[in-house]
Write a protein that binds this ligand. Structure first.
Ligand code: GLN
Length: 196
């Protein structure tokens, strides 16, 4: 059984854990201390508020351990604020956070009227009718050559993959559609096979 951590400093933590556990083949771990990362096969950075999450990452000394986790080649999945943490550029902001992926993001990119909405997406290799909930979501405005676009919403990029890294603007954990998490759990399982 693979062990997948959910960074449990702030945000939609329990919903991700439920998704992971419901796979039946993966165990969820609530990550509250950096040492817990050592024991994981994969990690989820949840949605919430990216600036708050970054403050807590600094306060609890998670920055270097998270970078080491990524450097070890293990899969990381970021949703919404988690995507913002993983991007190497944030529109209008001087600094990025973890810079795991060669993507540029724009925070709260959907404007006021569309702050929250639900839609179906065609997610490459996952589902052509994936249920997606957007809440004050960021957009991916630019991707590097190593980045594969997984989903668009009205011609804007809302999900992407770069090797061991997967990220989306929306909240798959807030729906009953398990297919995006299933895809990530498979990434973790395949990676574990490579390591062993
Ligand atoms: N708007 C939030 C941010 O900038 C992200 C929203 C979310 O995770 N639902 O961090």
């Amino acid at each position: 059984m693979v062990k997948i951590g959910v960074l449990a400093l702030q945000g939609a933590v329990h919903e991700h854990a439920k998704m992971i556990e419901s796979e039946g083949t993966s165990k969820a771990v609530f990550v509250k201390r950096p040492e817990q990362l050592l024991d994981l096969d994969g990690l989820i950075l949840p949605g919430g508020e990216s600036t708050t999450m970054r403050r807590l990452i600094d306060r609890y000394d998670f920055m270097n351990p998270l970078r080491q986790f990524a450097a070890s080649g293990k899969p990381v999945f970021g949703t919404c604020a988690g995507l913002i943490l993983m991007a190497n550029g944030i529109k209008g902001e001087e600094k990025s956070h973890l810079s795991f992926m060669d993507v540029m993001v724009e925070r709260n990119a959907f404007g006021r009227q569309k702050e929250s909405f639900e839609t179906e997406l065609n997610a490459k290799g996952i589902a052509n009718d994936l249920l997606a909930v957007f809440i004050r979501a960021p957009l991916i405005t630019k991707v590097g050559t190593d980045v594969e676009v997984i989903a668009y919403h009205q011609e804007e990029i809302v999900a992407a993959k770069q090797g061991q890294f997967l990220a989306c603007s929306f909240h798959p954990e807030l729906t009953d559609d398990h297919r995006f998490h299933h895809y990530f759990v498979d990434m973790v399982k395949n990676n574990t096979k490579i390591v062993v």
